[in-house]
Structure formats: C-alpha cells, structure tokens
Design a protein around this ligand. Sequence first.
Ligand code: PMP
Length: 314
Amino acid sequence: MAFSETGKVWMNGKMVAWKDATIHVASHVIHYGSGVFEGIRAYDSTRGAHVFRLPEHMRRLADSCRVYRMEPPYSISELTDAVLETIRVNGYKSCYIRPLVYRGYLQLGVNPMPCPVDVAITVWEWDTPLGGDDARRSGVDVGVSSWTRIAPNTLPALAKSTANYANSALIKMQATVDGYAEGIALDESGVVSEGSGQNLFFVRDNVLYTPTLTSSILQGITRETILVLASDLGLEVREQPLPREFLYIADEAFFCGTAAEITPIRSIDKIAVGNGRRGPVTAALQDRFFGVINGDLPDEHNWLTPVGAAVATP
Ligand code: PMP
C-alpha cells in the first residue's frame, strides 16, 4: 500500500515533515547503491509498544557501515535513541522502522569516500504481510529462482547494503511474474541460500535445518531468534549447506524475517511441502515467536525494548 505521507522522518538529527524528507538527485547513493540499512519492527503488546531486537539490528547496521568504510556522524547509541524518538514523535504503537546510512551529495564518481555519510530514519505502518493476511496459517507457494544469489567476494551478503537488493529485486520480480509469493535463490555453488528478503528453515524427521552463513545469506535476526526458540523447545538444529533437492523432500519449510516473521511455505516449484499445510514444528515456533511479541509469553531473552524507554548515551 502507498505511504500515508504523514508524520516525520529523522534526517541527520532533525525531525523533518514526511514530504520534505528528500535528497538531491546527484546524491551518490542513488547512482552507486552506496547505502546500508536496517528493517526493524515495533509491535503493540499487552505490555505496551516495544521494538523487537533493537540492539541486534543497530549492531548489524554498525557492522554494515564498517564493511563499507562508512562512519556515521552519530554513535549507535544516539541512533538507537533516534529510532525510539522517531516512533514516539509519529505516535505509532506498531510500525516498520527503516534506518538508512548513505553516501550523500557532494560529487559523483565510483569512489564513495569523498561524499558525506548521511543518516535517515523512516517509520511507517506495515500492512503488507508476505503472501497476504492468511499466509501465516495457510502458507505460501514459492519457486526456485533462475537468478543466483550474490556470490562470495562480490557483494558481501552479511552487510545489509542497498546494492544487494538489486539481486533481491530480480528474484522477487521473477517470482511475481511467475505467480509465486516469493523466490528461493541458490548460491553460486547451487546450494540453497535464501529468499529475496527472508531466511529459510526446513524440517525433516523433527530436525530443523537452515543454510549456513557461507551460503550467501544475510545473518537474519529472526533466523537467530528461531535458533534460540528451537533450543528452548529442545529441537535439534543443523546449520549446513543444503542441496536443492532438499527443498522437495522436507516435511516442513518456512521463511523468516522482520517482514515475513514466520511464514510457512506450502509448495516449492509446485511440489507440495509435506502435506501442503503448515506443520507442527512451524506452528510451535510461531506460537513462541508471536507469544513473546504479543506479550502473552515472558520476554525471557530480553528481545523487547519499550518504545517509551530513554536509552542511556555512554
Ligand atoms: N535475508 C535478506 C536478504 C533480507 O533482506 C532479510 C530482511 N532483513 C532477511 C534475510 C531476514 O533478516 P531479519 O530477520 O534480520 O529481518
């Protein structure tokens, strides 16, 4: 859905009206993909509004900056404060949060280093669940993409760079045109990598499988959350390279990510996953995940930062 175009955007330390939150067309990021970003969510709950895994997202933002030799003029603690302040100023209880660090306007040329490092934080209401409203229960149909995921030592997959999403867009467009909710990309060696913006998990014989970090994946924070929840549930987990054919013989499969949360996959390349319905392991993980987010279960792992919280600046 289109933006409501209301509220404020945090830009280099100032709250700016939505329509004034613009940059010059000669900004480096537009031409050369020289930006890194995060996708974070705030949820309303029985215990008030909170942000899910905020420190982990901000740490990944700092990691992405480091890989791309960007030094934002704000500390991570200041930016964490700014995220919370932006949510409060906009009056959201639940929203999607997009901090973006980018090379701005000065000159153009491939080398980004002369250009300033600018920061913006945009928040908006998220109302586009992967596969539609029912997908969390019924699952989505997906296909293996003919596009390969970014290869090692080309674009670094662990850095969440805007440039990586040109590859994601090719995967997503092909899936959309083919009538799938998402695509699954293989890495350059042909093993399973991830979706255009989601990590992957599979279940076979009650064991949970997920690709390793060396399979060109983003180190998803939801992925890490699932690993902890799986351990809480006493599930055996194997992080390993997964051959393509594993997709067709898994008992269960699901996507995970900030936007996708936990979305079951019911078919891959028109082959049913298991019996084509959400499986018991996926459902158990969803119960835990949404239980913590909704406030129905205790936040045992300290994953929630209250939106009202003032963050101490060291
Ligand atoms: N892979 C890619 C390529 C993504 O864009 C995302 C979304 N950030 C994920 C995986 C899932 O990561 P997270 O759980 O941190 O949102």
